[in-house]
Design a protein around this ligand. Structure first.
Ligand SMILES: O=C(O)c1ccc[n+]([C@@H]2O[C@H](COP(=O)([O-])O)[C@@H](O)[C@H]2O)c1
Ligand SMILES: Cc1cc2nc[nH]c2cc1C
Length: 337
């Protein structure tokens, strides 16, 4: 039996409450049940996989931060002292960290069970001067993400989040949003992790030129065009989403960088978005257009712009509330005398 939005809406209307009285939570309950194709719906167990990578374009001055911060933050995640690890613990979410291409490997301090070193290279090449990666590297990063989604499914996780850490990655995210959601460079390019106006203006030029170059080959060779302006962690997230959707996991989408990966997945594997729920609208100016392109409406609009899956983790209690509404509320007809 197919679980349609109409079927879930009728189900909600029959519960012990005035019809529509839970407002947008009812819409979320519909989204959840339709994405999962089961009633009762499940939001546990859930896992977040954080993908990390570095970006050659940082040498062109597109970030307020040096690439070394990617490794520092991976070590902070491994030590469970990051925002993402704090929120994952608060919301009972299993967490793994996969390094798909940092410049400097993380010191694990012996904690290796939830950390994977799958580095494809010491960062991407500079997308301002040539392709960020080869098609083979793109496919290897995609496969690393795919393997993580498969593993999560095999281990029984029903709700999956992809998060990322990568200094400079709002630049490839902006290029991909231009390329795949048809957004102009000004809208696509934002302050990232705190860039000032001078960095922003340089970043905008680089994004406009790189996206324009990639556009020439998009129809003939979409993978090459995407690989030219992607990041290893972004390609891995795209593979994670495509596999997650194929195995019918619910995918809770994070911010701007995660959405650029969703744009890749939807372009290469149409239909991936059907399993997605958009957690929040990032402060990055291009995020709205990227979500619109995918037909997704964000749950929260809280000016968050950290990445690391933190917007998705913040929205998780709303999904739990939606599942509780579907699973644990009596039928009005069963309680009325
Ligand atoms: O995903 C978002 O909405 C988002 C918005 C702004 C910044 N970030 C994070 O900030 C880093 C990239 O910022 P930048 O300025 O170095 O390109 C990277 O580690 C992302 O996780 C992420
Ligand atoms: C400190 C820091 C933490 C982050 N987490 C995700 N992106 C980040 C960027 C910076 C700079």
């Amino acid at each position: 039996m197919t679980i349609t939005p109409e079927y879930v809406a009728e189900y909600l209307d029959a519960l012990a409450k005035p019809q529509g009285s839970m407002g947008r939570l009812e819409g979320l309950a519909i989204q959840l049940a339709v994405a999962q194709q089961v009633l009762p719906a499940h939001t546990n167990p859930r896992r977040i996989v954080l993908f990390a990578g570095d970006h050659g374009v940082v040498e062109s001055g597109v970030s307020a931060w040096p690439s070394a911060v990617t490794t520092v933050m991976m070590e902070t995640i491994i030590a469970k002292q990051a925002t993402s690890t704090a929120l994952a613990a608060a919301h009972m979410t299993d967490l793994r960290l996969v390094d798909v291409g940092s410049i400097k490997p993380a010191e694990t301090g012996g904690q290796t069970s939830s950390f994977v070193n799958a580095r494809l290279a010491a960062g991407t090449a500079n997308l301002a001067t040539g392709p960020a990666m080869t098609k083979e590297q793109f496919q290897a990063a995609w496969a690393a993400g795919e393997a993580e989604a498969k593993r999560a499914h095999d281990e029984g996780f029903v709700l999956l989040i992809a998060g990322e850490m990568g200094i400079g990655n709002t630049t490839p995210a902006a290029c991909l949003t231009m390329l795949l959601a048809d957004v102009d460079a000004e809208t696509a390019t934002g302050h990232g992790a705190g860039s000032d106006d001078a960095i922003l203006s340089n970043k905008q030029d680089i994004v406009a030129r790189a996206a324009e170059r990639a556009r020439h080959s998009l129809d003939d060779d979409p993978v090459a065009a995407i690989a030219a302006v992607a990041g290893f962690e972004i390609a891995a997230m795209a593979g994670f989403y495509a596999q997650g959707a194929a195995q019918a996991s619910v995918l809770l989408l994070d911010g701007y960088v995660a959405t650029s990966a969703a744009l890749i997945a939807e372009r290469l594997v149409p239909g991936t978005t059907e399993k997605m729920i958009a957690a929040h609208l990032s402060a990055e100016p291009g995020h709205r257009a990227a979500l619109d392109h995918l037909g997704l409406e964000p749950l929260l609009e809280w000016d968050m712009r950290l990445g690391e899956g933190t917007g998705a983790l913040t929205a998780l209690p709303l999904l739990d509330s939606a599942a509780a509404l579907l699973n644990d509320v009596a039928k009005l007809s069963d309680i009325m005398p």
